[in-house]
Design a protein around this ligand. Structure first.
Ligand code: ZN
Ligand code: ZN
Length: 276
């Protein structure tokens, strides 16, 4: 049975679309971006614009009242992921989410984690069931991952005070050409396993397990892009410098990240998320 989210009471009707319309929108925008500009300088043809307007006009609000099949977000094998953590006997972490805003999740998707033994997974579906409705920000473009292990350091405000002060003195510099602790040296932006959260939106707050109260650890991060603007210091060296950092097509809030935490006491305890 494919998992569904039946928490309809928490579903919010923001940015709704249907998967087919989002696929078509991506196709139209990719085509438009790749061609010579049109006569008159328009980005889209009249027909393309009409197609997008028709999709925008769909009334989908009632569909969030039904159970929504979860959307696959990431599939991570122990053999590929140096920081993989999971119950004994598992070698696969599957991250899925309910692809609409949840009022009880700070208006972000509700995340589900499944640890599996890949050798015990039965017959595979040709394609996962398509949700009847999604937020246009929460349907990842399928892609392969090429994990690269990097050393991260804790968010500065969560370091011991003496270290924080020394860091602040070292970092207190208007010089934009030199690397900075937070943006360049400590916390990799974008999609990642493990590491630390960048709490720069709200400042840090406790992430404690809802079941046992234990402080949770970061297990997976969903990014709105894979590296950031200013110095692009986290762009993989093999990446074309003109390439977009947004290969996955997911947006969290206004370009934020969704940090997914797990309980270190038990993999059975539910995950929690923070949007930063
Ligand atoms: Zn849901
Ligand atoms: Zn717990």
């Amino acid at each position: 049975m494919w998992p569904v989210c039946d928490d309809a009471g928490a579903h919010e009707p923001w940015n709704l679309t249907i998967p087919a319309a989002l696929h078509r929108r991506r196709e139209i925008l990719a085509t438009a971006g790749a061609r010579e500009s049109l006569p008159g300088g328009d980005f889209l043809t009249a027909q393309e614009r009409a197609e997008l307007d028709a999709a925008d006009a769909l009334d989908l609000d009632d569909l969030v009242d039904d159970p929504i099949p979860l959307v696959p977000v990431a599939q991570l094998y122990r053999q590929d992921i140096p920081d993989y953590a999971g119950p004994d006997g598992t070698d696969l972490l599957q991250v899925l989410w309910c692809p609409v805003d949840h009022s009880d999740r700070h208006y972000s998707p509700r995340v589900f984690l499944y640890w599996r033994d890949s050798s015990a997974v039965g017959p595979l579906l040709e394609a996962p069931p398509e949700p009847p409705v999604i937020s246009d920000m929460y349907l990842p473009v399928p892609c392969a991952v090429h994990p690269e292990q990097v050393r991260e350091y804790q968010y500065a405000d969560l370091l011991p005070e003496d270290l924080r002060e020394r860091l602040h003195a070292w970092d207190d510099d208007e010089d934009e050409s030199r690397p900075h602790y937070q943006s360049d040296l400590s916390l990799a932006p974008g999609w990642k396993v493990g590491g630390y959260a960048n709490w720069s939106l709200t400042d840090p707050y406790p992430m404690d397990c809802a079941v046992c109260g234990t402080a949770m650890t970061l297990v997976f991060t969903v990014g709105s892009g894979d590296w950031n603007g200013m110095h692009c210091s986290w762009r993989p060296s093999e990446e074309d410098p003109t390439a977009s950092p947004d290969t996955v097509g997911v947006q969290i809030g206004r370009g934020y990240a969704l940090y997914i935490f797990r309980c270190p006491e038990s993999f059975e305890h539910p995950p929690a998320t923070a949007m930063q």
